[in-house]
Design a protein around this ligand. Structure first.
Ligand code: HEC
Length: 159
């Protein structure tokens, strides 16, 4: 090895390259703040999906084309309770304390949401318009049913 090569090798080892080349350390569990950010993002996207589904249905989009967003809502409904892990109790969020003190009640609301979105996805796949419209209504009611009991309401608008 000539002097230039030795210097280059040394530079590589001490540079970021060497750091990134190390095997990744075992990733820690998500923090409470990360879980809150993930669930708030999921909630926002579920609101967008529901609006999309309502508008598309009103505008006569074939229901089979809505199976993907409807199925996504059903997946979200099933995953939702895990993002309200006990570790997030006391984290800055709009979840009421009752989410953690009345877990059975919260899970029951989540189950209503699961059932409504499953029916929504099934109706889309079956191209069943009356069932789809009914499931859209029950899905919206499931959002509201949980929020009324377990979400801090937004501040009243002035005026
Ligand atoms: C089982 C209970 C439950 C269901 C079902 C539920 N939510 Fe939520 N939602 C919550 C709670 C609790 C919060 C507050 C979360 C936080 O701030 O960490 C929330 C927050 C939100 C937010 C605010 C997110 C943010 O950016 O801070 C939106 C928007 C929202 N939900 C929309 C929906 C929609 C739309 C549905 C139905 C398609 C739905 N939610 C279903 C419990 C629920």
């Amino acid at each position: 090895m000539n002097a230039t090569r030795i210097i280059l090798a040394g530079a590589l080892l001490t540079s970021g390259y060497a750091v990134y080349a190390k095997p990744a350390a075992h990733s820690p569990a998500p923090t409470a703040a990360e879980l809150v950010a993930a669930r708030q993002a999921g909630m926002d996207m579920s609101a967008s999906s529901l609006t999309l589904l309502k508008n598309a249905s009103t505008n006569g989009v074939p229901l089979k084309n809505l199976a993907f967003p409807a199925g996504g809502l059903a997946k979200w409904a099933a995953a939702l309770p895990t993002l309200f892990a006990d570790s997030t109790k006391g984290a800055k969020s709009d979840a009421k304390a009752e989410v953690f003190t009345d877990r059975a009640g919260f899970n029951a609301k989540a189950k209503v949401f699961v059932d409504a979105t499953k029916a929504l996805a099934a109706a889309a796949a079956a191209d069943d318009k009356p069932a789809f419209e009914a499931a859209l209504a029950s899905t919206g009611a499931a959002c509201k049913g949980c929020h009324d009991a377990y979400k801090v309401p937004p501040p009243a608008k002035p005026g």
